[in-house]
Structure formats: structure tokens, C-alpha cells
Design a binder for this molecule. Structure first.
Ligand SMILES: NC(=O)C1=CN([C@@H]2O[C@H](COP(=O)(O)OP(=O)(O)OC[C@H]3O[C@@H](n4cnc5c(N)ncnc54)[C@H](O)[C@@H]3O)[C@@H](O)[C@H]2O)C=CC1
Ligand SMILES: O=C(O)CCC(=O)C(=O)O
Length: 312
């Protein structure tokens, strides 16, 4: 009997895939190449993706055998969940795979913004030794606002506790007491925007969160605000942010995610006080192994009786 086909449409950690070929016909395609994706989908019983592959109605219609879409990561904004439900296709993500990596990158970006670390490094490399140009600020004593207090937002709070910063969070879906237990003050959105010296965003991209950091929100912010977004492009309205940066109503931004990626031509790159990274929040060996491993486990559970033979 032919083995079920597992189509891998985004780069995955090789170690996480070990042994998969013994039980499945494993095929690879570049999911961001729409033509190749649509050509490969008719044979697929399972599809493993990251953030670059869009699984919409058209893709699902091209995949009549498909039983599961496994997202080796967290965000599911690239999957049409309603269409998958209608098609009877299970969708799973790997919610705990990259929390630590994103939280650590976030702390790094906050410190990099406050201390101008990338610009200082570039200046030395350019032959300068300009110590006064890069005078920064301490995180200690600052107020850090956390927008979205789920897995990543809470871990960021835990990590920041060591810096003696005052922590605020806004997340209407978090039960009472959760923030306080972590030494964080729960506040309304407007208070978060008004009081934060640093604002770090940890939301899923949904219709309700798209553009939530827009003109009105930025108008409430201190002109010294440093904004960090390691969640999803589009949650921060890029043209509103650009206007605020131009008018010096925001002091800087670190952006790991953009409305359109790759973001190599994004207008925000023209600003010295914008620190861009190429969507590397989950880009550690550790996180990628866990994400791939969890996606593979989900595929085994879905396609093999009893989850298939135990593997070392
Ligand atoms: N840069 C990267 O490589 C990565 C980015 N991400 C992004 O980070 C996002 C968050 O990840 P997790 O913390 O694991 O998800 P999570 O689901 O644990 O937390 C998200 C939180 O946002 C809250 N929320 C939803 N709508 C809200 C609103 N309008 N206002 C305030 N809070 C709201 C939810 O109640 C939830 O607590 C993911 O959805 C993904 O898009 C995740 C991993 C890697
Ligand atoms: O694996 C990726 O493609 C990036 C990680 C990410 O953005 C996520 O897990 O939501």
C-alpha cells in the first residue's frame, strides 16, 4: 500500500524530520511559489508549513486528500481556518515551541534600542570611535507596556523582572490575577499607550488586532516611546508609525515583522531609529527543532493508527 504523502512547504529543522521517511512519502516544495504549491497539493495527505505558505480556500480546494495542516510555529494568520474547518482539515500549531526564543529576542531588541547597539557597532566598523554619539538609557526604572499577555507576553514579563522596570500589560482575555502574580499591572489600552516608555507587542494578527497600533494609539504615546513588534506585521500600521517617526512623536522602533515580507524595500528602513530584523523571533536552533518535532508528532497522530510506531 502506498505510504501517506507528507508535503513540507517551508524549511524545517532536519533533525526534527528524522525517521519521517520510514512511515511516509515525504515531499518538499517551496510553498511561497504558488504554482509549485498548487501542483504538489493534490497528492498531499498532510501539509507542514511555517509562516511563508498561505493555506487559503484555493489551496485547500487543490488538496482533496488533505487531512491535516501542521504549522511548525505559532501564528495561524496564514491559514484560512474557516475554510479548513469546512473542508474537514485539521489545523494544529506548535504553541510552546518558540516562546522562549521570541521573548529573548524581544529583550534583546529593547536593550538594542535603548543603547543603540547596532548603530554603535556599525560606527566602529566604519572606523569611528564616537563614544558620546551613542549615549543611551537604562531599562531600569522605565515603564514597559506589554500588549498581549499570552505565552510570549508573560515570558517577556518574567525576563524583564530582572531589570527593575515597571511592567504594565493589556489583554482583555486574561483572567484576573494572572498579571498581578507576575508583578505586572493590568491596564486599559489607552493607559498602556500613554504610560509606556517601551511598548512590546505580542498579539496574534486578527481582524481586531490589525492596525491596533495606528494613528490614534500613537497619538497617545510619549514622544520618547520605543516600540517593539515581534508578533506580526500589520498589527502596527506602518504608515502611521512612519508619520509618527517623521514627526518625532515616537523615539524608535524595533520591528521583526512587517506587513509585507520580505521587507527589503519597506519605507521604514530609511529611519536611523528603526531597527529591523528579518522575522527571526523563532529563528533559533532550539525553537526550530521543537517546532518541527511538534508538527511531525501532530502529523503522526493524525495519519497513523495509534500515532504510529514509537521512534527514538
Ligand atoms: N516573530 C516571530 O518569529 C514569532 C511571532 N509570533 C507571533 O506572536 C503572537 C503571540 O504568540 P503567543 O504569545 O504564543 O500567543 P498567545 O495566544 O499565547 O498570546 C496572544 C495573546 O494576545 C491576546 N489578545 C488577543 N487579542 C487582543 C487584543 N485585541 N488586545 C490585547 N490582547 C489581545 C490573547 O488574549 C492572548 O493572551 C503569535 O500569534 C504570532 O503571530 C509567534 C512566534 C514567533
Ligand atoms: O516559523 C516561522 O515561520 C516564524 C515563526 C512565527 O512567526 C510564528 O511561530 O508565529
Amino acid at each position: 500500500m502506498a505510504q501517506p504523502v507528507v508535503l513540507i512547504a517551508d524549511p524545517l529543522d532536519a533533525a526534527a524530520l528524522e525517521g519521517l521517511g520510514a512511515d511516509f512519502d515525504v515531499r518538499h516544495c517551496d510553498g511561497s511559489d504558488r504554482g509549485r504549491l498548487l501542483a504538489a497539493l493534490p497528492a498531499a495527505d498532510a501539509l507542514i508549513i511555517r509562516s511563508a505558505t498561505r493555506v487559503d480556500r484555493e489551496a485547500l480546494a487543490a488538496a482533496p486528500r488533505l487531512r491535516i495542516v501542521a504549522r511548525a510555529g505559532v501564528g495561524l494568520d496564514n491559514v484560512d481556518l474557516a475554510a479548513a474547518r469546512e473542508a474537514g482539515v485539521e489545523v494544529v500549531n506548535a504553541p510552546d515551541s518558540n516562546t522562549t526564543s521570541v521573548a529573548e529576542l524581544t529583550v534583546g531588541l529593547i536593550l538594542a534600542l535603548l543603547r543603540h547597539i547596532p548603530a554603535a557597532g556599525a560606527s566602529v566598523r566604519a572606523g569611528e570611535w564616537n563614544r558620546s554619539a551613542f549615549q543611551g538609557e537604562e531599562l531600569s526604572g522605565k515603564t514597559v507596556g506589554i500588549l498581549g499577555f499570552g505565552r510570549i507576553g508573560r515570558l517577556v514579563a518574567r525576563r524583564l523582572a530582572a531589570f527593575d522596570a515597571r511592567l504594565l500589560a493589556h489583554d482583555p482575555h486574561v483572567p484576573d490575577g494572572v498579571a498581578e502574580e507576575l508583578g505586572v499591572e493590568p491596564v486599559r489600552f489607552d493607559a498602556l499607550m500613554r504610560r509606556s516608555d517601551v511598548l512590546t507587542v505580542h498579539l496574534p494578527r486578527t481582524p481586531a488586532t490589525t492596525g491596533i497600533i495606528g494613528t490614534a494609539a500613537l497619538a497617545m504615546a510619549k514622544p520618547t516611546l520605543r516600540l517593539v513588534n515581534t508578533s506580526r506585521g500589520g498589527i502596527v500600521d506602518e504608515s502611521a508609525l512612519e508619520t509618527a517617526l517623521k514627526d518625532k512623536r515616537v523615539a524608535g522602533a524595533a520591528l521583526d515583522v512587517f506587513a509585507v515580507e520580505p521587507a527589503t524595500h519597506n519605507g521604514l528602513l530609511a529611519y536611523d531609529n528603526v531597527l529591523p530584523t528579518p522575522h527571526i523571533g523563532a529563528g533559533t536552533r532550539d525553537a526550530q527543532y521543537r517546532a518541527g518535532r511538534d508538527a511531525v508528532s501532530a502529523v503522526r497522530r493524525a495519519l497513523l493508527p495509534e500515532g504510529g510506531p514509537a521512534r527514538p
